[in-house]
Design a protein around this ligand. Structure first.
Ligand SMILES: *[C@@H]1O[C@H](CO)[C@@H](O)[C@H](O)[C@H]1NC(C)=O
Ligand SMILES: *[C@@H]1O[C@H](CO)[C@@H](O)[C@H](O)[C@H]1NC(C)=O
Ligand SMILES: *[C@@H]1O[C@H](CO)[C@@H](O)[C@H](O)[C@H]1NC(C)=O
Ligand SMILES: *[C@@H]1O[C@H](CO)[C@@H](O)[C@H](O)[C@H]1NC(C)=O
Ligand SMILES: *[C@@H]1O[C@H](CO)[C@@H](O)[C@H](O)[C@H]1NC(C)=O
Length: 476
C-alpha cells in the first residue's frame, strides 16, 4: 500500500472499510444485472464514466496509509480501461446451446470472485458479458469492494443511476425498509436500542472489553456436516440462482402470520436439511448447524438518495452498518425422515428471530460492532477482521437479504430483466444471498465447488418451497 506524508484533508477510511480490506479478509460484492437488449460499448462507457463514477468520491479513490499508520482515501485519476472488462467468448463450433453460455457466465463469475483487486487503483470493476444466456441478452457484473460500502449503500448507488422502465420520469421506489430490514410491526427494538446506546456511550471503553469476551463466548463451533467442511481456506465457489414469486411468499407470510424474512429463511433451512438427507442417506439431521444472518442496522425506513448519504453527518450515512444474528437450523429427528411438518421450519425461525432481535444480544452485537468501528487502532482492527472471519468459519452458512426496487428498471434505456448479487471473500461453504426485484425474489446460492452439490441443493430449495407453500395453503 502506498505511504504518503501529507495526508491532511484526506477522508479517513472507516474502521469497517479497513478490516474489510485487510490481510485477514478482503470482501467484495458482485451485483449481476441482466439486460434484455445488448448495450453498445460506447454507450456503456459513457454511462460508467458520467453516471456511475461521480456517485461517490470513493469510486475514484484508493486506500493509502497516512503518517500515523491511519488509512485514508486518496483521490486519483481513473483510467476506465483498467476497470471495464469485456471478455471474449467463442462457443465451440456447431453446439452453442444456452446451457453452454450459462456455464461460461457461471465460471466467469467464479473466476472473478476469487481474484483480488489490484490495490493501486480504485476498488471496483465492471464486466460486460456479451453472450446471450437463458436469462439475458447481455450481463453486466459490478464487482465492488465491500470497503466502499454495505449492501444498502451499494443498492442505493445502483438505484440512483437507473430509471423506471415503464416511465423514466417517475421516481424509483423500494418497499420501506424498517429497522433490521424486514417488515415487523414491533418497533419496541428501536426504543430499546436508543436507551441502550444512551446508557452505554459514556461507558464505551469498559463495554468494549466486556463485550469482546461476551461475543466470543456466545458462539461455539458448529458440527461438521455436508454443508460445513471445516476447511480454513477460501475455496472457489459457483453461483446458481432460483426465482420465487413474491406474491406466493406473501401468501405464505399472511397465512402463517410471520414476516417475508421468516418464510424465506424457513424455506432455506428446510432445503438445507433436505439436502443433507439427500446427499448421504445416513446424514445426521440433528447436527448443531447455525446460519449467520447479516442484518442491516440502519435506522431507516427507505432508501435515501445517495447525495444525502454522502453528506457529512447524514442520518443515513454511506458506509458499512451491519450486525450478525446466529440462527440455528432446526433439527430433524431420525424418526421424521419424511419431514412431516415443513411449516415447523418457518415457525421455529420466526420464534428465534423474534426473540433474538428483541433481546439485548443483537442490540449489543450491533453496538459492539459500532464501538469496534470507532476504534482506529490497526492491531485492534486486525483482531476484528480475524474475529469476523472466525465467526463465519464457526457457523455453517451465511444468509444476506437485500430489499430491492418494486418496479422494473432500466439502465440507459436498457431494461433489466433480473438482478441478483453475491458476496466473495468470506470463508463459508454455503452462502445464500437474496434480492427482491419487480415482484420476484431472486435467491443466489453460492456453493463451494467440489464440496456442495449445487444442483442437488437447487432441487432441495425448489422442493422445500413447494412443501411449505402446499402446507401453508392447506391451512384454514
Ligand atoms: C452463445 O453465445 C454465442 C457467442 O456470443 C452466440 O453466438 C450464441 O448465439 C449464444 N447461444 C445462444 C443459444 O444464445
Ligand atoms: C469458534 O469456535 C471455537 C471452538 O468452539 C471457539 O473457541 C471460538 O471462540 C469460536 N470463535 C468465534 C469467533 O466464534
Ligand atoms: C447427531 O448430532 C448431534 C449434535 O452434534 C449429536 O448429539 C448426535 O449424537 C448425532 N447423532 C448421531 C446418530 O450421530
Ligand atoms: C449443540 O448445541 C447445544 C445447545 O444448542 C449444546 O448443548 C450441545 O452441547 C451442542 N452439541 C455439540 C456436539 O456441540
Ligand atoms: C436450478 O434451478 C433452476 C430453476 O429450475 C434452473 O434454471 C437452474 O439451471 C438450476 N441450476 C442448477 C445448478 O441446477
Amino acid at each position: 500500500m502506498e505511504l504518503i506524508k501529507e495526508d491532511d484533508g484526506l477522508e479517513p477510511v472507516s474502521p469497517s472499510g479497513q478490516y474489510l480490506n485487510s490481510k485477514v479478509m478482503s470482501v467484495s460484492i458482485l451485483g449481476i444485472l441482466e439486460l434484455e437488449i445488448p448495450i453498445d460499448d460506447s454507450q456503456a462507457m459513457s454511462f460508467f464514466r458520467d453516471i456511475f463514477l461521480p456517485i461517490n468520491p470513493r469510486f475514484s479513490s484508493i486506500m493509502v496509509t497516512g503518517e500515523k499508520g491511519a488509512r485514508k482515501w486518496k483521490k486519483v485519476g481513473v483510467n476506465m480501461e483498467n476497470h471495464v472488462h469485456v471478455p471474449s467468448f467463442s462457443s465451440p463450433k456447431g453446439s452453442s446451446s444456452p446451457s453452454e453460455n450459462d456455464s461460461f457466465l457461471k465460471s466467469y463469475i467464479s473466476q472473478i470472485a476469487m481474484q483480488p483487486f489490484p490495490q493501486g487503483q480504485p476498488l471496483w470493476e465492471i464486466h460486460i458479458i456479451k453472450c446471450p444466456t437463458s436469462e439475458a441478452q447481455e450481463t453486466l457484473i459490478f464487482k465492488l469492494h465491500h470497503a466502499l460500502g454495505d449492501g444498502y449503500s451499494l443498492v442505493a448507488a445502483l438505484l440512483s443511476c437507473l430509471q423506471r422502465a415503464d416511465d423514466p420520469s417517475l421516481p424509483v421506489t423500494s418497499p420501506s425498509v424498517k429497522k433490521f430490514s424486514s417488515a415487523n410491526k414491533d418497533d419496541r427494538n428501536i426504543g430499546l436500542r436508543k436507551v441502550v446506546s444512551r446508557c452505554f456511550s459514556p461507558l464505551v471503553n469498559t463495554v468494549r472489553d466486556f463485550g469482546w469476551s461476551l461475543l466470543k463466548s456466545t458462539c461455539v463451533k458448529d458440527d461438521l456436516s455436508p454443508i460445513r467442511s471445516g476447511s480454513e481456506s477460501l475455496q472457489p465457489y459457483s453461483v446458481s440462482t432460483i426465482t420465487f414469486s413474491l406474491d406466493q411468499i406473501k401468501e405464505i407470510k399472511s397465512r402463517l402470520r410471520v414476516t417475508v424474512n421468516d418464510v424465506i429463511s424457513g424455506v432455506i433451512f428446510l432445503a438445507t436439511r433436505l439436502y443433507m438427507q439427500r446427499v448421504s442417506t445416513n446424514s445426521n439431521l440433528s447436527t448443531n448447524s447455525t446460519a449467520l444472518v447479516l442484518l442491516n442496522t440502519r435506522n431507516l425506513r427507505d432508501y435515501k438518495p445517495v447525495r444525502d448519504m454522502v453528506r457529512p453527518n447524514s442520518e443515513s450515512p454511506w458506509g458499512n452498518h451491519f450486525a450478525f444474528l446466529h440462527v440455528p437450523i432446526p433439527k430433524v429427528k431420525p424418526s421424521d425422515s419424511q419431514f412431516s411438518d415443513p411449516l415447523k421450519f418457518v415457525h421455529k425461525t420466526h420464534e428465534v428471530i423474534k426473540r433474538k432481535r428483541s433481546s439485548f444480544g443483537v442490540i449489543l452485537t450491533g453496538k459492539l460492532l459500532e464501538i469496534m468501528q470507532k476504534c482506529r487502532n490497526a492491531e485492534y482492527l486486525q483482531a476484528v477482521a480475524k474475529h469476523i472471519s472466525r465467526t463465519a468459519r464457526n457457523s455453517s452458512m451465511g444468509i444476506s437479504n437485500v430489499i430491492g426496487p418494486i418496479h422494473k428498471l432500466s439502465l440507459a434505456n436498457h431494461p433489466l430483466r433480473g438482478v441478483y448479487f453475491t458476496v466473495a471473500g468470506i470463508p463459508w461453504n454455503l452462502l445464500i444471498t437474496i434480492f427482491s426485484y419487480a415482484g420476484n425474489l431472486r435467491v443466489a446460492v453460492g456453493a463451494e465447488q467440489g464440496f456442495i452439490d449445487s444442483e442437488l441443493y437447487n432441487h432441495s430449495l425448489l422442493d422445500a418451497f413447494d412443501m411449505i407453500l402446499r402446507d401453508a395453503c392447506q391451512k384454514q
